[in-house]
Design a protein around this ligand. Structure first.
Ligand code: F6P
Length: 361
């Protein structure tokens, strides 16, 4: 019987984390009479035993708040944990310590909220015998085992809002406006915000672009009297035969690559190919912040409730998942390591092409 559950939020934060926590705590305490322990800063809290008992008062009023009241980290891997002592840095497998901490606290099941990296560790803990339930989170929407991760729609909304604003200033100044958005190796944010925001060009990692085709599109618009153009470029977009642009490498991070810079790269080339003034906006972490949209509040709440229901049903090793309109569960084993990227021949790309959006292919 599950009596006490633990919960943590791992990886890059996103809107809706607090809404999931609220649903977990309310369902666990209010519906099942369980206790809930929250660990701070993702897996770090589990390693160093940094936790608090979550009561209903802790989650009161947090539905609309971005971020996570528990804190998060996309650097701490419990299976290769960074320890600094006497000026020296060492990496140690702390997973046995985690299992011990959980046992000593009398936690029957861990609800782990995170993206691909966080779920990979959740899977490894499940293989060590821990009872875990996963909740899929990321603005990138790149987890293959669910139709939608919470946080994604809010990020798309933020990017669409930025495109709406860029439109007016682009038109006034007869410029090319480039918006660089996040998404890592998947182009979902760029594609969906580009369609919603009426972009003329959408560049995504899944469709390597030919800059001459992009310039041609802009020059065609110019000859039709449209002296401005809007481009949304995913941070992972790359030219035909070329590579993604790496912004920086983050040592200690399980995935050290941080993409960034493609917007400026494209801008320089387009300015000379079109003779139009070009400006770049890098939207960055704005996409990860703010209040979740209505859609994400509902999805996060559904995920949080479903996670506690799975714990009660003792269906451990599963991750909650949205399939069509239904919340279901899939084995965490099947949910990690396979990125969900944009199908280049898929319906959304076809929709874009039908209305004249240039993808550069
Ligand atoms: O995975 C979420 C995400 O925001 C990506 O879209 C982006 O590439 C990355 O995280 C940024 O990571 P950091 O917060 O470490 O800069």
């Amino acid at each position: 019987m599950v009596k006490r559950i633990g919960v943590l939020t791992g990886g890059g934060d996103c809107p809706g984390l607090n809404a999931v926590l609220r649903a977990v705590v309310k369902t666990a305490i209010g519906r099942y009479g369980l206790e809930v322990i929250g660990f701070r800063d993702g897996y770090r809290g589990l390693v160093v035993n940094d936790y608090l008992k979550l009561k209903r008062s802790n989650v009161s009023g947090i539905l609309v708040r971005g971020g996570t009241i528990l804190g998060s980290s996309n650097r701490d891997n419990p299976f290769n944990f960074k320890i600094e002592a006497d000026g020296k840095v060492e990496y140690t497998d702390m997973s046995d310590q985690v299992v011990k901490n959980i046992e000593e606290l009398g936690i029957d099941c861990m609800v782990i909220i995170g993206g691909d990296g966080t779920m990979a560790s959740a899977r490894d803990f499940a293989h060590k015998g821990l009872k875990v339930i996963g909740v899929p989170k990321t603005i990138d929407n790149d987890l293959s085992a669910t139709d939608t991760t919470f946080g994604f729609m809010t990020a798309v909304n933020t990017a669409t809002d930025a495109l709406d604003k860029l439109h007016t200033t682009a038109e006034s100044h007869h410029r090319i406006m480039i918006l660089e958005v996040m998404g890592r190796y998947a182009g979902w944010i760029a594609l969906e915000s580009g369609i919603a925001g009426g972009a003329d060009v959408i560049l995504i990692p899944e469709i390597p672009y030919d800059i001459k085709k992009v310039a041609q599109k802009i020059n065609d618009r110019k000859s039709r009297g449209k002296s401005f153009s809007i481009i949304v470029v995913a941070e992972g977009a790359k030219p035909l035969g070329g590579e993604m642009v790496v912004g920086k490498m983050v040592k200690d991070s399980p995935d050290p690559v941080r993409l960034g810079g493609i917007g400026n790269f494209v801008a320089q080339q387009l300015e000379s190919l079109t003779c139009l003034e070009t400006r770049v906006t890098v939207l960055g972490h704005v996409q990860r912040g703010g209040s979740p949209t209505t859609y994400d509040r509902i999805l996060s709440t559904r995920y949080g409730v479903a996670a506690v229901e799975l714990a009660q049903a003792e269906r451990f090793g599963m991750m909650v998942s949205l399939q069509g309109d239904t919340i279901t569960a899939v084995p965490i084993d099947d949910a990690v390591g396979k990125l969900k990227t944009v199908p280049p021949e898929g319906e959304l790309v076809r929709v874009g092409k039908s209305i004249g959006v240039e993808f550069g292919d």
